[in-house]
Design a protein around this ligand. Structure first.
Ligand code: CUV
Ligand code: SF4
Length: 625
């Protein structure tokens, strides 16, 4: 049992984190690392997934002495049910975010709001056409209303399958149909998971696992994909642009506002409000040089991808950002927001504002954002931040470093443009072995690891092996801070990758967005598979979430595997108490969907594991290893 925290340098890879952890210690402010120590050792029943709380004949926990729950459920059934519900939480999170995007799009299409507009008309028309909606000679809003209905239909169970399954190669659709894992509707699959895992329903672990796959596919190919496509339509499809990362993006003489959470519907309006000349004048009246906006986590990714707004930090930097003492206000929507931010904010003058009725925090102030009042509410929030600037104690402010430059904005549209309009140059590079494959490194931080150590080192090792790396979510900030998201990073890549990225002027590690934007990577995989006449499982692709923590990350991993993409995780989900479930995850799924999970905490060994998989896929395609 760990009795003591590791030294500060061992808790994070980064200087900005070290300095803020030292400041926290000096000022007696508790962080996630302190609380992890208090929670260690964790409950081993929970860790291996063999504690069942599904009914009140229990709770039951499985041991040698008591191998069955009161109802007779064995360890495999209990683990599969717990894991299914865990994944349902993740699918619900992304997909409810997607639903909020449809609501915004609906309001725009029906003229119910002036605060949101259609920014990418061409993308709206393109997607409508793709989904079989007539576009010729029609008014934009007419098309939009039809597209809204198409998206709503992917949430219920009105159809046999969600709309974007059509993006997959026919052969792969056939595999899903045979296995019965074609997702029918986002809400239907999540609800059915809750039903199946009620006491006395699905008592066959493998069968529950198959439904887990189906439900996660509904998230990837509908909930998340719809969120991404609508966000592009409403706020613009990302294009390559410069931005900056780390705590150095905060400014000592400015009013600093942080946006945290996931949905661009709130953060985009805050960004507009900080550019309002009246509010800038007010900030100057209060003694500030101006208003500075920075992002955290995924809403930070959304703003950085589309608008070049700087990123203050990823998941484990959120408490530390407040500890700079320079933050007037943090405005959040939902997901991945530690409740401790209220407590840390109370150690300073930092105010926390919540905006969604479904994510309120005791101790924060609630400013409800709705479609018809987004802009007014955003101005109100920015004004509140300005009012707090005079309360800041400048003697306690410490901005620990200078920001690092990055390049962001690689939507599939932008990637295609960089390739000259077709995938051919990329495919040729893959065939020639100059780019041996591609790996998406995605997801979170977890204080059980040295912060960002695995995220960064895995990316570094893979590009050395001529493997293109795609990043989203919290890995973005890690890669950015390590200097991997600029074209000059090709100097750290193998010779083939260096040549191709150099010619295209792109970094060897490409930022593709937030967590829901992992759907962009699914789409890219499908485009490549269709172009080559194979399935996604045949491609030299992999995914990894080295430092994951959230239900959503597990859901992403599961839809990646179910889509045919081998997925590495730094540590297993809480399933190790069941041999059936663990074997399925680590190998059995390979026979069904052409991919499985691999577990390895060491990033250097993980790079070899992934490299070996890519080697096998290349050989099977008749390409040099
Ligand atoms: Ni949605 S899910 S910690 S913000 S990536 Fe970051 Fe990304 Fe994990 Fe959360
Ligand atoms: Fe125990 Fe079965 Fe109830 Fe779970 S469902 S708590 S194993 S009796």
């Amino acid at each position: 049992m760990a009795k003591e925290l590791p030294p500060i340098e061992e808790r994070s890879l980064w200087e900005d984190a070290h300095k803020m952890l030292a400041k926290a210690e000096k000022e007696g402010i508790e962080t996630a690392w302190d609380r992890l120590l208090q929670q260690t050792p964790h409950c081993t029943f929970g860790e291996s997934g063999i504690c069942c709380r599904i009914c009140t004949m229990g709770p039951c926990r499985i041991s040698k002495k008591a191998p069955l729950g009161v109802c007779g459920a064995d360890t495999d059934v209990i683990v599969a049910r717990n894991f299914g519900r865990f994944l349902a939480g993740g699918a619900a999170g992304h997909s409810d975010h997607g639903r909020d995007c449809i609501e915004a799009f609906h309001a725009v299409a029906h003229g119910e709001t002036e605060d949101y507009q259609i920014k990418d008309e061409a993308k709206l028309r393109r997607i409508a056409e793709e989904l079989g909606i007539a576009v010729e000679g029609r008014e934009l809003l007419d098309i939009a209303r039809d597209l809204v209905e198409e998206f709503w239909a992917s949430f219920g169970s009105q159809r046999s399958q969600v709309c974007f399954v059509s993006r997959l190669p026919e052969k792969q659709q056939e595999t899903w149909r045979k296995l019965g894992i074609t997702p029918r509707g986002v809400d239907r699959e999540i609800t059915e998971m809750m039903h199946r895992t009620h006491m006395g329903c699905d008592n066959d672990a493998a069968n529950t696992m198959l439904h887990s796959a189906r439900m996660c596919l509904a998230d990837g190919w509908a909930g998340s994909m719809i969120a991404t496509e609508i966000s592009d339509i409403l706020f613009g499809t990302p294009k390559p642009r410069k931005a900056q990362v780390n705590l150095g993006v905060l400014k000592k003489d400015h009013v600093n506002i942080l946006v945290h959470g996931h949905n661009p519907i709130v953060s985009e309006k805050i960004m507009e409000a900080v550019n309002d000349p009246e509010l800038i004048a007010l900030a100057k009246e209060k003694g500030a040089a101006g208003i500075n906006l920075a992002g955290l986590c995924c809403t930070g990714n959304e703003l950085m991808m589309r608008q070049g707004i700087p990123m203050a930090g990823n998941h484990l930097m959120t408490e530390l950002a407040i500890i700079t003492g320079a933050v007037e206000l943090i405005v959040v929507d939902y997901q991945c927001i530690m409740p401790s931010l209220v407590q840390v904010g109370n150690c300073f003058h930092t105010k926390m504002i919540t905006t969604a009725d479904k994510a309120r925090f005791t101790g924060a102030e609630h400013v409800k954002f709705e479609m018809h009042n987004g802009m007014d509410q955003a101005r109100r929030v920015v004004r509140m931040a300005i009012e707090r600037f005079p309360l800041r104690d400048q003697d306690r402010v410490e901005i620990p470093c200078d920001p690092v430059d990055i390049v962001t904005g690689f939507s599939n549209e932008a990637l295609l443009e960089a390739l000259g309009g077709t995938l051919t140059p990329l495919i040729e590079a893959i065939k020639a072995g100059k780019i041996r494959g591609a790996v998406a490194i995605v997801g979170c931080n977890n204080p059980k690891y040295k912060h960002d150590h695995c995220n960064v080192n895995l990316a570094r090792e893979l590009i050395k092996k001529d493997i293109l790396v795609l990043v989203t979510g919290c890995v973005t900030t890690a890669a950015g801070k390590a200097g991997l998201l600029v074209p000059e990073a090709i100097d750290m890549a193998g010779p083939g990758l260096k040549e191709i990225c150099g010619a295209l002027g792109i970094p060897p590690v490409v930022h593709m967005g937030s967590c829901v934007d992992n759907a962009r990577i699914l789409q890219l995989a499908a485009l490549l598979a269709n172009e080559l006449g194979v399935t996604i499982a045949d491609l030299p692709l992999a995914a990894s979430s080295p430092e994951w923590y959230s239900e959503k990350a597990a859901t992403i991993g599961t839809y990646a595997v179910a889509s045919g993409i081998y997925t590495h995780l730094g540590h297993p989900p809480n399933i190790t108490g069941s041999k059936v479930v663990t074997d399925l995850a680590l190998s059995g799924l390979d026979d069904l969907v052409g991919a499985c999970f691999g577990i390895e905490p060491d990033p250097f060994k993980a790079a070899d594991l992934i490299d070996e998989r890519i080697r096998q896929k290349r050989e099977a395609l008749g390409l040099s290893a």
